[in-house]
Design a protein around this ligand. Structure first.
Ligand code: PEP
Ligand code: MN
Length: 259
């Protein structure tokens, strides 16, 4: 398959897709829309790290089969979160990039396993910041991934746990310029999980582009009201398309294109 690298100078990589992979029809609808919009990647969760054991846990390997199929059909790279060392090699058979979530930033055995498993193939890794971790802790933990030899790591700010309850998490937008100053790794901003509500997503996304983010993560679902996870924060396909027009204008103002 052909897809652009995880990050290229002068571009902002859009990592859009549903919170959870739910069924083939849902993924086909999102993937065909992303391809039509000229984007390069699709995200979706197959092993969901849910706060409650009674919440939807994801489709597991069946979800990987679905995202692989729509990714191939629509020329999109595929990004899925890995939560267990035992899944790493199996997941690499299906997906183009692995995500490490906020709850696993300090799961050093998982980081070592992912780092070694991608040492030779250099498959991209999206490494989220722990919701209560400092930038120093995050950058140090990233070395577990790079020390095996894979240079293709992208950091991802996704909001912090603070005293503020008006948003789901407090987005640390300053992490973008701080990472640019302190690291050579590109930085993504996940604007959906800190927002927690769909109406806050556009402002955070515009701020991330203006702040110099190298990538954006935005959750998109054909029917958020029926979503099996994170329904309140997911954009419909048309809401996403409308936002993308605005983001492309801001990206142009800072000399970048969104791919
Ligand atoms: C996700 O992106 O699906 C996710 C669970 O994110 P986080 O690890 O930031 O909560
Ligand atoms: Mn989610």
């Amino acid at each position: 398959m052909t897809y652009v690298p995880y990050h290229k100078q002068g571009t902002i990589t859009m990592l859009a897709g549903p919170c959870s992979i739910e069924d083939p029809e849902q993924m086909e609808e999102v993937a065909s829309a992303l391809e039509r919009m000229g984007l390069s990647w699709i995200r979706g969760g197959a092993f969901k790290p849910r706060s409650s054991p009674y919440s939807f846990q994801g489709l597991g390997e069946e979800g990987l089969r679905i995202i692989k199929e729509v990714g191939t059909a629509h020329h999109l790279g595929t990004l899925v979160e890995v939560v267990d060392t035992a899944h790493v090699d199996m997941m690499l058979d299906y997906v183009d990039a692995l995500q490490i979530g906020t709850r696993n930033m300090a799961n050093f055995e998982l980081l070592k396993a992912v780092g070694y498993a991608t040492a030779a193939n250099h498959k991209p890794i999206l490494f989220k910041r722990g919701m209560a971790s400092t930038i120093d802790e995050w950058l140090t933990a990233a070395e577990y991934l790079t020390m095996g030899g894979n240079p293709n790591i992208m950091l991802c700010e996704r909001g912090l746990r603070t005293f503020e309850t008006s948003t789901r998490f407090t987005l640390d937008i300053a992490a973008v310029p701080v990472i640019h100053k302190r690291s050579l790794l590109p930085i993504c901003v996940d604007v959906s999980h800190p927002a927690g509500q769909v109406d806050l997503v556009p402002a955070l996304a515009k701020a991330a582009v203006a702040a110099g983010a190298d990538a954006l993560m935005i959750e998109v679902h054909p029917n958020p009201a029926q979503a099996k996870s994170d329904g309140p924060q997911q954009l419909t396909i048309s809401q996403f398309e409308e936002l993308l027009v605005q983001l492309r204008a801001i990206a142009a103002a800072v000399g970048k294109t969104i791919v």
